[in-house]
Design a protein around this ligand. Structure first.
Ligand SMILES: NC(=O)c1ccc[n+]([C@@H]2O[C@H](COP(=O)([O-])OP(=O)(O)OC[C@H]3O[C@@H](n4cnc5c(N)ncnc54)[C@H](O)[C@@H]3O)[C@@H](O)[C@H]2O)c1
Length: 296
């Protein structure tokens, strides 16, 4: 995709943080914006800022709510025209110690970080394919979606899934000649308030957060805000990633060693290569046979 001007973008988690960085850059590129977020006050602030540059609509939306998602999509397309740029970006970063895992936390993290992405795709992608006017999807994962980091098993599960989803969708949309690109954004540390926002928003947070814990959260936020990549720089990287149709968009190289180590571990666990020509022929036939997508 070479020119985004005049298109309509739908950005989840668009009120602040990385979503806002993307929105700002798109606004300057002449893109109309639909920003959705669970945080109504932050949405209002973002709208006030961005409507000086481009057409903006905002809707309070919990990305886990499929019915509300479809209704908001209809309202947005009525106001701004067809959405052809979709940013499934809303996310939470909170984890739980492995000895305290519970369904409420699984449901929350997978609900926002994975089901929210699925809901965005299921709402908009069929419309985009049907219209035949091309487009681009950017799904926000993380460096933690490519290799185990200290982010914890819940977050890691959700972010690996977003990488797999994005890689396979990209291939299938390309093979089908839809003109719709897919990039997965895998940021390293970015200067946002995600740590405290997520910990305050987690299930049961109101019973747990005492003044000391709040002070500790502020400290964590300050660390990220001070050392992370600025959101406007991320917006620039995302725009370039779309223009160049890159499969992955990174904000730094921090994950390099971890990805190398993971790849090495995977390769080391593969069965030994066989000289048996029957086996080689069988593997070739299996690979040529196509996957589930060919079964209709
Ligand atoms: N900041 C980082 O260092 C970093 C690193 C890697 C990946 N990421 C990913 O980037 C994305 C954006 O994170 P960010 O750092 O900008 O955080 P952020 O907290 O600043 O922004 C996330 C936004 O999502 C919204 N949100 C949360 N739950 C929602 C829900 N259920 N429905 C709708 N909106 C909801 C929040 O209100 C917030 O506005 C996330 O997916 C996150 O996992 C962030």
């Amino acid at each position: 995709m070479k020119d985004l001007s005049g298109r309509t973008a739908f950005i989840t988690g668009g009120a602040q943080g990385i979503g806002l960085g993307i929105a700002r850059r798109l606004a300057r590129a002449g893109v109309k914006l639909a920003l959705v977020d669970i945080d109504a006050a932050a949405l209002e602030k973002a709208r006030a800022e961005l409507e000086k540059i481009t057409e903006v609509v905002t809707h309070q939306l919990d990305v886990r709510d499929r019915d509300a998602f479809a209704k908001v999509a209809d309202a947005v397309e009525q106001r701004l025209g067809p959405v052809s740029l979709l940013f499934n970006n809303a996310g939470v970063a909170s984890g739980v110690h492995v000895s305290k895992m519970n369904y409420a936390m699984w449901d929350w993290v997978l609900g926002v970080n994975l089901q929210g992405v699925v809901n965005g795709i299921q709402t908009f992608l069929p419309r985009m394919i049907e219209r035949g006017a091309g487009g681009h999807l950017v799904n926000t994962s993380s460096g933690a979606g490519l290799a185990p980091t200290t982010a914890g098993f819940l977050y890691t599960t959700s972010k690996y899934a977003v990488v797999g989803l994005s890689e396979s969708l990209r291939n299938e949309l390309q093979a089908a000649g839809t003109g719709i690109g897919v990039s997965v954004l895998c940021p390293g540390p970015v200067a946002t308030g995600i740590v405290s926002r997520s910990l305050m928003g987690r299930p049961g947070a109101s019973e747990e957060i005492n003044p000391q814990a709040q002070a500790r959260l502020k400290e964590l936020d300050n660390h990220l805000l001070e050392h992370g990549v600025p959101i406007d720089a991320v917006g620039e990287m995302v725009l370039n990633g779309i223009l160049e149709d890159r499969p992955y968009i990174f904000t730094d190289r921090l994950v390099e060693d971890l990805v190398t180590e993971r790849t090495r571990n995977i390769l080391a666990c593969l069965p030994a290569r066989s000289d048996n020509s029957d086996e080689a022929a069988r593997s070739k036939a299996l690979l040529a046979g196509g996957g589930a997508s060919s079964s209709g």
